[in-house]
Design a protein around this ligand. Structure first.
Ligand SMILES: [Zn+2]
Ligand SMILES: [Zn+2]
Length: 766
């Protein structure tokens, strides 16, 4: 460890601000250190190790600022400690990314060191797959060659004419040597130069899809492309509002091609890449002349490091990835375009610190890079829609018709309460007569069916059979009910119950612990739908002609890919599952989409419940009718008149948005006002209550125009043994919330961790 040495003239030292990767949050930026002379050139964005605290504990951190030679730090120079060394990974983030992290740290109230740590994938930090190879090059000045043999001279001549540096074995081959020994002697004599080069070895990443030809663009597509292209080279926001099947991807592809032609690079974010293999396949199949990097959860660690390193070295033109691809290390001044597909997806929100929203962060990244950003959706978030309509800070481009050859699906809403009365026989009925008849007809016609139920498991209520006894099974660690699951063999007798919040499991109790009577299960779940399907349609065979797609059956993205392949081949006739099947799937033979219950998302304790329901119903209906045959969607609901369901069925986003926005305005909710949530958690209920009251009171003392609501008990009052309370901050302007959060940080009130989470612009309200 190099500590301060009085022999070095401290006036000449380069001082830097280092943000350590800890939840240290005193100073907004970081701590001041000196660079030892041999590291004096280390730039901003370099990952380093510094001594921290009295114990001088070596701690990882990032240089976030180099101080000017005469800059006054207000710190006694004699007390400044030295940076211990550069991180072995040798990582240096581009300046734009450091700037981006600084914004993110401020906006989402997360210490900058933690923010930077979350930007760097673990695979890169650990240098997984990195190897060092020795390659051969010619020296800058060739020593006397007169004493060399003619074969040795020939080897040098060959090397001069081929791409260098080269593997020693390859040079031996090119120069007709049977061994590399003679070449090694030339290295010793100085006639050849050995250079070390690091590379990341990783398996080949398949670029799905065959090379595809460009379809003829529609007039609406061309209008959007032309308008957006005019903004290349400057920051501008664009909302591409295109109904499902209208060809948004074609607009993205042409813009990406244009961006690459201009010598710039681009980022394309997709909600969860494992769920959108078709989009990624189509894009890489079309961008054949561009180098496309991918960053997603399906990569091995070595592949992730390889892709990241390629991006950092400027070796990729386009990066396609999930949320975190917004942190792609694209070299400074070369980012030319950012696109966020399905911008309304809640999955863009990160649920651990920094709790950023991929879409909102993308807008900021584009702003820093001075390039246009395109947000695309068939069901825009109300935030983006308001920005494009009332606020006019974003341009709006509509793709109002489906691509040539595609039909708009006919959507029928079924009043499920009325249908249930018609059913004579007892027993569970999740599939009503309308949906059942339509399924039978579709299967007879050779079509395929998609069925959505956004709830895993078999049944979500477990209670006593005696209605006078009020016993109901809840999780012992959470304030929530447990969900009944069948075991993998599908045997109901051996079913178990699981808590979807803390993942605790136990066997299904045989008797009511209160009165000793029997136990019954009721409610909805994908496993129950599966059971009913095999009963109603004996020709369907689970695992062969019918597949269930949910978090339980699709544990890796490989499972999902293979399920989609089997569906695409026509072998699987019915695909049933959770929202995993609602996104982006494009199969021409899907003639029927059924929504088992549109109410599951409507009843959530969340002000976005209606918006989510509208999105889900619209998106899943849009999976029908993507081929020559007309598509149909049947939506079962106990609330068929709810605007979210009715308007999704009539494909009327504008009217839905107008209604919902009016409500939000009335209640003073986003997107009209900005919201931040502080969630406090503690194993002791009184401690949780006391702490949240104290925090709330202190924040009120400096909140100014920001409205402080609470503290109140969270909708789920306890999870995994911890009681939960929250405080809500509301303001007309985001800057006011940022100011209050910054003040709270300066006062040391926001120590993020197990006991406190800060969620700015929250997407979940439980
Ligand atoms: Zn639980
Ligand atoms: Zn009972």
């Amino acid at each position: 460890m190099t500590l301060f040495s009085p022999n070095i003239d401290c006036v000449d030292l380069t001082l830097v601000v280092v943000a350590v990767e800890r939840a240290v949050d005193r100073s907004p930026d970081g701590l001041t250190y000196a660079l030892p002379p041999k590291l004096s050139e280390l730039p901003e964005g370099a990952r380093v190790e510094v001594p921290l605290g009295r114990g001088q504990t070596p701690t990882a951190g990032w240089i976030v600022r180099r101080l000017a030679a005469n800059e006054d730090t207000g710190i006694d120079r004699e007390k400044i400690k030295f940076v211990l060394g550069q991180d072995p990974s040798g990582v240096v983030l581009p300046g734009e990314l450091v700037q981006f992290a600084r914004w993110m740290s401020g906006y989402y109230a997360c210490p900058i060191g933690m923010t930077l740590a979350s930007i760097l994938p673990a695979a890169v930090r650990k240098a997984i797959g990195r190897t060092e190879r020795t390659l051969i090059d010619l020296p800058a000045e060739l020593p006397d060659v007169s004493k060399l043999t003619s074969r040795q001279r020939k080897a040098l001549g060959v090397l001069a004419t081929i791409p260098r540096p080269i593997e020693i074995g390859d040079l031996a081959k090119a120069a007709d040597y049977s061994s590399t020994e003679p070449l090694k002697r030339l290295i010793v004599s100085g006639h050849l130069l050995a250079v070390k080069k690091t590379a990341v070895e990783a398996g080949f990443i398949a670029r799905a899809g065959n090379i595809a030809k460009a379809p003829v663009a529609t007039a609406e597509q061309l209008a959007a492309i032309t308008a957006i292209s005019l903004d290349f080279g400057r920051f501008a926001q664009h909302l591409l509002f295109g109904v499902t099947g209208s060809g948004k991807t074609e607009v993205y592809i042409r813009l990406l091609e244009d961006c690459v032609k201009r010598g710039k690079r681009a980022i394309l974010l997709v909600p969860e890449i494992a769920l959108t293999p078709q989009t990624v396949g189509r894009i890489s199949a079309r961008l054949i002349d561009a180098k496309v990097a991918v960053l997603h959860s399906g990569l091995t660690e070595a592949q992730r490091n390889q892709q990241w390193t390629m991006l950092a070295e400027g070796g990729a033109d386009v990066v396609v990835g999930a949320r975190s691809a917004i942190f792609a290390p694209i070299p400074d001044d070369s980012l030319g375009l950012v696109i966020v597909d399905e911008e309304h997806e809640p999955g863009y929100k990160q649920d651990s610190a920094p709790r950023y929203h991929g879409r909102d962060a993308s807008i900021r990244r584009a702003q820093l890079a001075k390039c246009p950003i395109v947000l695309g959706s068939a069901t825009p978030s109300l935030e983006s829609y308001l920005n494009a309509t009332e606020r006019k800070i974003s341009a709006l481009h509509r793709l109002s018709t489906r691509a040539p050859g595609l039909n708009t699906p006919k959507v029928t809403v079924v009043d499920f309460a009325a249908e249930r009365k018609e059913i004579r026989d007892r027993g569970v009925h999740l599939i009503g007569p309308t949906l059942r008849a339509s399924m039978a007809k579709t299967l007879d016609d050779g079509g395929q069916v998609l069925l959505l139920l956004n709830r895993r498991g078999y049944a979500n209520y477990i209670a006593c059979t005696d209605p006078r006894c009020e016993w109901m099974l809840t999780c012992s660690e959470c304030d929530a009910g447990m969900v009944c699951h069948l075991d993998s063999a599908g045997a109901q007798r051996r079913s178990y119950v699981r808590c979807h919040h803390c993942l605790a499991e136990q066997l299904l109790p045989k008797a009511c612990p209160d009165c000793g009577k029997g136990v019954t299960v009721f409610g909805l779940g994908t496993q129950r739908v599966e059971e009913e399907l095999t009963r109603l349609f004996p020709s369907l065979i689970e695992g062969e002609t019918m597949l269930r797609i949910d978090g339980d059956t699709m544990q890796t993205s490989a499972h999902f890919h293979s399920a989609l392949e089997r569906f695409g081949s026509g072998q699987v006739r019915v695909l049933m599952g959770t929202q995993m099947i609602a996104k982006g799937l494009d199969f021409p033979n899907v003639q029927l989409v059924g929504v088992i219950s549109a109410d599951t998302s409507l009843t959530m304790p969340d002000f976005r419940a209606s918006e989510r329901t509208f999105q889900l119903v619209s998106q899943v209906s849009g999976r029908a009718g993507r081929g020559e045959k007309a598509g149909r969607a049947i939506i079962q609901s106990f609330e068929p008149d709810a605007p979210a369901i009715r308007l999704a069925a009539s494909h009327d986003f504008e009217r839905f948005a107008a209604l919902e926005l009016a409500d939000r305005k009335n209640f003073g909710l986003p997107p009209y006002r900005r919201l931040a949530r502080l969630i406090l958690r503690h194993t002791s209920e009184t401690e949780c209550a006391d702490r949240s009251s104290a925090l709330c009171e202190e924040i009120r003392s400096f909140s100014g125009v920001v409205e402080v609501r609470g503290p109140s008990v969270c909708p789920i009052a306890r999870i995994a043994g911890k009681y939960r309370r929250h405080i809500e901050l509301l303001a007309d302007r985001a800057a006011d919330i940022s100011r209050v959060l910054a003040e709270a940080r300066t006062r040391g009130l926001l120590k993020l961790g197990e006991e406190l989470a800060v969620d700015v612009d929250p997407m979940s309200m439980v």
